[in-house]
Design a binder for this molecule. Structure first.
Ligand code: GUN
Length: 299
């Protein structure tokens, strides 16, 4: 195995530490404590684990954590009323409505109801539009979706000179694939976006210096698709059964095969996931800085 393993846990720990220091500095300057409000509708076990982890991360960074739990039968108007209250609450710097929402609730309407300045998920159409209009190298002075933001920060560490490189994003989702394309363009990559109708994906992949796999299919990207020395970022989190009645998490990339060819690769778990959560803390800090009228610098 030749590839460098990009350690998402270590990078996330470093980022969370820098966010915590920045939170302390913000408060020492007289600004109010940043606060993250999470909203979970229903009792999905996986979402519950994610939301709890986000609250813990916020508290560890010195932020207030407001945990709102609503029953699965909550109406859309009741959820919108809660979002309106959080929008108006000065103690709340950032709002995260955990997805997926129950089917009777219109997700698009709920995400659009969040104040764009508190939209720490970067899912509001105003923030999606800002990202789409971003010039190469322009500052990210608005919230950007946490997963692609985390991937960008990981790439900046793993491959500092991205300009001119061929990047392939596999997956065109609004939450990951599309914002990822915008961030890679901002970094001056030549970007291709592939999806389920793409012809000859292996051939496209073999040309790519950077591969970001976000398709949700276990071990879909094979080792012989990878250009020698390429940087491979695996966004997939797929639970698969293993012998003995157990299950384990695997990514969208066949890790062992790809690691034998790639220059650097993220593992699953311990790759993109921890950086996504750390970026939520970063987005909350930046929202609090903006609300306090404090200069928003990279951390
Ligand atoms: N559910 C799974 N991932 C996410 C995320 O990044 N944000 C929100 N709001 N819900 C999610």
């Amino acid at each position: 195995m030749s590839a460098v393993r990009i350690d998402g846990n270590a990078l996330a720990q470093g980022l969370r530490g820098r966010v915590a220091s920045a939170v302390a500095a913000l408060r020492a300057g007289g600004a109010p404590q940043p606060g993250l409000a999470t909203v979970l509708v229903g009792d999905d076990a996986a979402s519950d684990v994610y939301v709890q982890a986000k609250g813990r991360n916020a508290a560890d960074a010195g932020m207030a954590a407001f945990d709102h739990r609503l029953p699965a039968a909550t109406t859309e108007s009741d959820l919108l009323a809660l979002v309106a209250r959080l929008n108006a609450d000065p103690a709340v710097s950032g709002i995260l409505v955990q997805l997926p929402l129950p089917r009777h609730i219109n997700t698009t309407r709920v995400l659009a109801a969040v104040d764009p300045d508190k939209d720490v998920d970067g899912f509001h159409p105003v923030n999606v539009g800002r990202l789409g209009a971003l010039a190469a190298g322009a500052p990210l002075d608005f919230p950007v979706a946490c997963t692609p933001l985390g991937v960008s920060l990981m790439l900046a560490e793993a491959r500092p000179a991205l300009g001119g490189l061929d990047a392939l994003v596999i997956g065109r989702s609004t939450l990951v694939g599309r914002p990822m394309v915008q961030l890679l363009l901002r970094a001056d990559c030549t970007v291709t976006i592939a999806h389920s109708r793409t012809r000859d994906l292996p051939a496209l992949c073999r040309r790519a210096d950077i591969v970001v796999a976000a398709i949700g299919k276990p071990r879909f990207v094979r080792g012989d698709w990878i250009k020698p020395g390429a940087t491979v970022i695996d966004v997939g989190i797929n639970r698969t059964d293993v012998p003995g009645g157990k299950s384990r998490l695997v990514g969208d990339v066949a890790y062992d095969e790809a690691a034998a060819v790639a220059g650097a690769i993220t593992p699953v778990p311990g790759g993109v996931g921890p950086m996504t959560r750390a970026c939520l803390m970063l987005n909350t800090l930046q929202a609090a800085r903006r609300a306090a009228g404090v200069a928003v610098e990279p951390v």
